[in-house]
Design a protein around this ligand. Structure first.
Ligand SMILES: N[C@@H](CCC(=O)N[C@@H](CS)C(=O)NCC(=O)O)C(=O)O
Length: 226
């Protein structure tokens, strides 16, 4: 892992294609940004962050992500961007020709923000309580209770997504968007996927469609190798 831009790259007289660098870890929220990089087809580099070795807490990595979380992205102009949902939205907006975000004046753009924030700000924290109860409360009894509550919340929250998915083919407007990619990533984290698909079949159908896409398949091959 290295966190600085190659000086030769910066002084090279030849035009350099814009390159994104995604800082990623298997099983993390870096999957959705990676899928979107593959969807838009821009050049990118990958930097694996070894969270088990604590690389995400190093001073070098904090110069990219000041809170020491994964993912983060270095933009082609050398500026860092963090928060998985923000990275997804930014990439979608940077390449409007790919159609992964509705046009800015379209009401569907507001809906896209709604579902992205619901996913990142409501669903994601429930997963954090389920997977990392020890970071919220001390003692086994408290952690068990917190995990049980987190699962109840996940079920309530996914039911909200399911109601929307039942009304339309995709989550926003009438076409595939970054929101479909983001919620399909969050589905993968559900503790029991068979149970998820039974409870939330319409959302599962969106995830199944997303998983058919070549970009998703390429990203998963990199991100979650068998
Ligand atoms: N809101 C952040 C959350 C990022 C986050 O919590 N990432 C996890 C991996 S999915 C992480 O870095 N965990 C390492 C740690 O907390 O020590 C985002 O969406 O990017």
């Amino acid at each position: 892992m290295h966190f600085t831009i190659d000086e030769a790259e910066m002084t090279d007289a030849k035009p350099v294609k814009p390159t994104y660098t995604l800082y990623w870890t298997p099983g993390s929220a870096s999957l959705a940004p990676l899928v979107i990089l593959e969807e838009v087809g821009v050049p990118y580099a990958l930097e694996k962050v070894d969270t088990r070795a604590g690389e995400h807490r190093s001073a070098a990595y904090r110069s990219v992500h000041p809170y020491g979380k994964v993912p983060a992205m270095m933009l082609p102009d050398g500026r860092p961007l963090f928060e998985s949902a923000a990275i997804c939205l930014h990439l979608g907006e940077a390449y409007p020709q790919c159609g992964l975000v509705p046009e800015s004046r379209n009401h569907d753009r507001a809906r896209l923000y709604q579902w992205m924030f619901f996913a990142a700000d409501t669903l994601y924290p429930s997963y954090q309580r389920w997977y990392h109860a020890d970071q919220y409360i001390e003692g086994e009894a408290g952690q068990t209770a917190l995990k049980a509550r987190a699962l109840e919340l996940l079920q309530e929250q996914w039911a909200v997504v399911e109601a929307q998915a039942a009304r339309r083919e995709w989550l926003v407007g009438n076409r595939f968007s970054v929101a479909d990619i983001y919620v399909s990533m969050l589905r993968l984290w559900y503790p029991d996927l068979e149970d998820f698909d039974r409870r939330f079949p319409e959302t599962a159908a969106i995830a199944a469609e997303a998983a058919q896409r070549p970009a998703w398949q390429r990203a998963v091959e990199i991100h979650e190798p068998g």
